[in-house]
Design a protein around this ligand. Structure first.
Ligand code: AMP
Ligand code: ZN
Length: 112
């Protein structure tokens, strides 16, 4: 089982912010911004590149979980960034699809 599957099954502790039957949002252990939340599908999907058309609803739920966590952190007015690092060149380090929601400071563009 991968790290984020273990977080979803509570084998590894995390600060859980939101969950429903299909998705989970929890605090990133090494926050890169004042608010840094990860939203994941509970079902293992290695990356966005492994998603298929049948996963469309699940992907939408992951994004809405990121939105919810950002709103609950008070970021709706100031804004936030949602990122899905996908594969080696993007720096994906955990092979379970996750959307980062980052906010609470101004972001640079383009990302490094
Ligand atoms: P990525 O580099 O896009 O794959 O993002 C993986 C993220 O997972 C990083 O921001 C890590 O800080 C975060 N992370 C790794 N281990 C844990 C953990 N046990 N609990 C919460 N976040 C974690
Ligand atoms: Zn997994």
């Amino acid at each position: 089982m991968c790290l984020f599957c273990k977080i979803a099954s509570r084998e590894v502790p995390a600060k859980i912010l939101f969950e429903d039957d299909d998705v989970l949002a929890f605090a990133d252990i090494h926050p890169a911004a004042p608010t840094h939340v990860l939203a994941i599908p509970k079902r293992h999907l290695a990356s966005l590149d492994d998603a298929e058309p049948g996963d469309a609803l699940l992907l939408g739920r992951v994004l809405l979980a990121a939105q919810r966590a950002a709103r609950e952190a008070g970021l709706a007015a100031s804004g936030y960034r949602v990122v899905l690092n996908t594969g080696r060149d993007a720096g994906q380090s955990v092979a379970h699809l996750h959307a980062h929601a980052l906010g609470g400071r101004a972001m640079a563009w383009p990302p490094g």
